[in-house]
Design a protein around this ligand. Structure first.
Ligand code: CO
Length: 284
């Protein structure tokens, strides 16, 4: 084993996101959206909502439909409640993960369960391949205690939300894009080297502190997302003077056409028209 000789994945693009509103008027930062999905396949959208001003999030995300992909919500602070028209309910509390497979169609809501305080979390959209877009909807409500944590040699910790890190498997059941979702905390100066599955797209998003990727000079601050390029390992090192925390998100690219309209992501315009018609006819 000479894993340390593997090449390093480097920064291809960085994205800082833009202010946006969604749901009932929740203020958030849209870091990725479907217009740039080609660069981040199979990931379609990535939002951060983070505010201790209740007016920014109190309206929540009232009932709305999805078809053709998966929505993944990871909470760091605050509480919301999920409900959908398939009878699923779930508590989005600190450290919990919700993995919803919209498939052929689901109508869900995510509503705040608090009136003040910090609300902080991330929503990721993961595409489905053509053959799975009309599959039965599914919902995985994963409490914080079910998410395994790996202590790193020399300090630091990895929460394994989905996929595999070393010998540790996250709680999300097998998905078509073989996603890996890691929440990495590193003390100042500490590094993590990790080998993603070959061919996977890899995104790294700063949560707090500052770090470098592949030893490159460009420091990654919190709230910036890097799309890595090439093959080989991810090398993430916290700056010498502060701890750092980052999300690593990896998945198998689908390389299929993406047709997007609002909450629907299909392969063709005709399938989008069908999605709108089916939703309006109450077939979700
Ligand atoms: Co939604």
């Amino acid at each position: 084993m000479t894993a340390t000789t593997a090449p390093l994945r480097r920064i291809g693009y960085v994205m800082d996101g833009r202010a946006a509103e969604d749901g009932g008027g929740v203020k958030l930062t849209r870091v990725l959206d479907p217009r740039t999905a080609r660069l981040t396949d199979p990931f379609l959208l990535f939002d951060e909502f983070r505010s201790d001003v209740a007016a920014d999030w109190i309206a929540g995300f009232p009932p709305h439909p999805h078809r053709g992909f998966e929505t993944v919500t990871y909470m760091l602070a605050g509480r919301m409640r999920h409900g959908d028209n398939k009878g699923n309910t779930g508590d989005l509390g600190p450290g919990s993960l919700q993995w919803m497979t919209a498939g052929r169609g689901i109508v869900h809501e995510e509503m705040p369960q608090q009136e003040d305080g910090l609300m902080w979390g991330y929503q990721l959209w993961v595409n489905l391949p053509a053959g799975e877009k009309m599959a039965e909807p599914g919902y995985q409500d994963i409490a914080a205690a079910r998410i395994p944590e790996v202590d790193l040699e020399g300090g630091g910790r990895v929460r394994v939300l989905a996929g595999r890190f070393g010998e540790v498997e996250g709680p999300v059941t097998a998905r078509p894009t073989q996603p890996v979702y890691l929440d990495v905390s590193l003390p100042a100066g500490q590094a993590l080297r990790w080998t993603p599955p070959t061919g996977h797209t890899v995104l790294v998003h700063g949560v707090s502190g500052r770090f470098t990727l592949a030893g490159e000079g460009q420091a990654m601050p919190a709230r910036r997302l890097a799309v890595l390029t090439g093959e080989g390992d991810v090398l993430l090192r916290a700056d010498a003077d502060a701890d750092a925390r980052a999300l690593i998100i990896a998945g198998r690219p689908l390389r299929e056409p993406v047709a997007h309209y609002g909450p629907f992501v299909m392969n063709t315009e005709e399938e989008l028209r069908q999605a709108v018609a089916d939703y309006q006819a109450g077939r979700f």
